[in-house]
Unconditional design. Structure first.
Lengths: 424, 198
């Protein structure tokens, strides 16, 4: 469950800007059609639900160069609302890649040294097969919508595995991801232990907690309650459930921060509004006397911006599909309740990282993973990074995270016999 | 690397699996990996040290000797090392049991509370002793379970551990000449080091 920094109008370390103008209905339209680099698998994929999804198209981006031994590939797994544009301009928003501060030449995930792959998740909306894709059994290119089969994090990992095999990579040097990306890291390590030399699950959990399922449910209900939802067939009336999706995003965004970070950045500061911004996606703003909502707290303005920019780049049905995949995730349950059994005999080297102020995926969850890995006699490093930035810390400027990741990868490269590069 | 760590490293056969409990800045595990080709890992309670070690490329996890050893399987390591930490854990006997459950051999070093200076200070001054090794006043010392070399021999006998090697050393880590005689070592050794087997 991650919000990406690219639609953040400012860094959390700066003063918030003026509130955005209210949306007019015309500006909210279905996602623009953009061609994403992708590969098509005609044979499709057998899903955990028992159905076969075919064909499957997977969109992905790569950075750096695959070495002659094909041994230097790193798979970066994106979070709930992330995408494959890790380290370059996102084509729809025009914003920098969501982990551009981490992935690039000379950065901790050094593209001078490693070949970095990021795949848009199955069920996503940036070019990989998902609820927006035309269903093969319908005429006229009708999209799947809510009929898209339920998927799991393991399905997402298997779909990525097809791309990795397609690229001619047998063993990944590392699989790295935060939040839902971390769940994919765990799924990879459990499904394909021989193909993962090192695994870095960051700010994540081996199962989605009741609290997190509850948050997801509120998000989904907000979408269902939108008059434009149209039972999930919103493309038929040419509108998207923008209000519901924006509320879902606003609510989820609170869970990515911490009380300390909100207080530090916004406190109780207000700005006086000439007009009351209308709800996102509704008609023009109403004139307001100095009444109940004559003033706006800066934190409200910030959240509204988060909501309104999100709906321009994300599909509501994808949000439902992928949040549901997270809810289903419970790695121990797949091994009779024994998480260690998922990793028994694994040759993978793990680095489990959590953040002290993350209350969505708290350190206790990472400790469970680390202990299960101990039980499986795996090689595991485990670090809790002290920060007040909450769950989002993994996307933000956090020097201890950079040092940890860089050092861990350097140590693993030495063990893997990769020639020392610039990062050494 | 501290001299006592160098002595510990000499006890460890090359190419083995080693867990260092209280790995600090990771210098022992790095030494074991680089010079003895060991699969050496660490557990450390101080998060700043953990981050520094991992950022240095060393496999170290945040954890506590008292609670986290229980999560390792039997015989996961050839050696489990606990240097200068036994006297500071909550339940030293349980920690030793865990060490010899998860590893086939245990290397333990601890400061000797039987040293003559400590005895003399308590006997003549009537106050809690303070020396270079035992450098902190009673109200803030983390060393809640001090023991003497003889105490440790007794515990090993009670628990049925075989003492494969032992030595008394001074604060600088030099081997003391009276190491063959437990009574003398207990009087003159500032630190002790034991290699145990089940």
């Amino acid at each position: 469950m991650v919000r990406r920094p690219i639609d953040r109008p400012f860094s959390m370390d700066q003063t918030p800007p003026a509130p955005p103008p209210a949306e007019s209905p015309a500006s909210i339209s279905p996602l623009p059609a953009v061609e994403h680099q992708h590969v098509r698998f005609a044979e499709g994929l057998e899903l955990d639900c028992g159905r076969r999804l075919a064909p499957v198209e997977m969109a992905y981006q790569t950075y750096g160069r695959l070495d002659d031994r094909r041994a230097n590939a790193i798979l970066v797994c994106h979070a709930l609302t992330g995408d494959q544009y890790v380290a370059e301009q996102q084509p729809i928003t025009g914003k920098p890649g969501w982990w551009a501060r981490m992935v690039g030449p000379g950065l901790p995930i050094d593209t001078d040294r490693f070949f970095v792959v990021c795949v848009n998740v199955l069920g996503g909306c940036m070019g990989s097969t998902g609820p927006r894709s035309p269903r093969p059994d319908a005429a006229g290119g009708e999209p799947w919508g809510t009929d898209f089969p339920p998927i799991t994090l393991q399905d997402i990992a298997r779909a990525q595995e097809k791309v990795i095999t397609h690229l001619g990579i047998d063993r990944l040097f590392a699989v790295i991801g935060g939040s839902m990306g971390g769940m994919q890291v765990l799924a990879w390590a459990a499904l394909f232990p021989r193909r993962v030399f090192a695994a870095v699950p960051i700010a994540t959990a081996s199962f989605h907690s009741a609290q997190n399922i509850a948050f997801n449910e509120v998000s989904r209900q907000a979408i269902f309650a939108d008059p434009d939802w149209n039972n999930g067939r919103y493309w038929t009336n040419g509108r998207v459930p923008a209000r519901g999706l924006a509320v879902a995003r606003m609510m989820a965004h609170i869970t990515y921060l911490s009380e300390e970070a909100l207080t530090r950045k916004f406190g109780r500061r207000t700005r006086r509004e000439a007009t009351v911004p209308a709800p996102i996606g509704s008609a023009a703003p109403a004139q307001s006397p100095l009444g109940l909502f004559g003033e706006m707290f800066e934190v409200e303005s910030y959240l509204r911006h988060q909501g309104s920019s999100f709906v321009r780049r994300f599909d509501a049905n994808s949000y439902l599909t992928v949040t549901r995949a997270m809810d289903y995730f419970d790695l121990a349950a797949d091994h009779d309740g024994d998480l260690a059994a998922a990793f028994r005999g694994t040759p993978t080297r793990f680095c489990v990282i959590s953040f002290s102020s993350d209350w969505l995926f708290p350190t206790s969850q990472s400790r469970l993973i680390a202990r299960a890995l101990n039980q499986a006699a795996a090689n595991v490093s485990f670090v809790e990074i002290e920060t007040d930035k909450g769950h989002d810390a993994f996307l933000l400027d956090e020097p201890a995270l950079d040092r940890t990741l860089r050092g861990f990868l350097q140590g693993c490269a030495e063990h893997a016999g990769l020639a020392p590069g610039v990062a050494a | 690397m501290r001299l006592d760590q160098r002595l510990i490293a000499e006890m460890i056969e090359p190419g083995t699996r080693v867990l260092d409990i209280g790995s600090g800045d990771g210098s022992l595990i790095e030494h074991l990996f680089r010079t003895r080709n060991c699969d050496a890992r660490g557990i450390e309670l101080d998060m700043a040290e953990v981050t520094r070690s991992v950022a240095h490329g060393l496999p170290v996890m945040h954890g506590d000797a008292d609670t986290d050893l229980a999560h390792y399987p039997d015989c996961a390591f050839d050696y489990v090392v606990l240097s200068r930490t036994l006297q500071a854990v909550e339940r030293p006997r349980e920690v030793l049991r865990q060490m010899l459950r998860i590893g086939s051999r245990a290397v333990v070093s601890f400061p000797n509370f039987g040293h003559w200076q400590l005895r003399a200070q308590l006997l003549l001054g009537g106050r809690m002793p303070m020396t270079e090794t035992w450098g902190r006043p009673w109200y803030e010392t983390p060393n809640i379970h001090p023991c003497t070399i003889r105490d440790f021999f007794v515990l090993c006998r009670q628990e049925g551990y075989a003492v494969r090697r032992w030595m008394a050393i001074d604060e600088k880590g030099e081997r003391a000449p009276w190491r063959r005689f437990p009574g003398l070592a207990n009087l003159f050794g500032e630190q002790a080091m034991f290699l145990l087997e089940r």
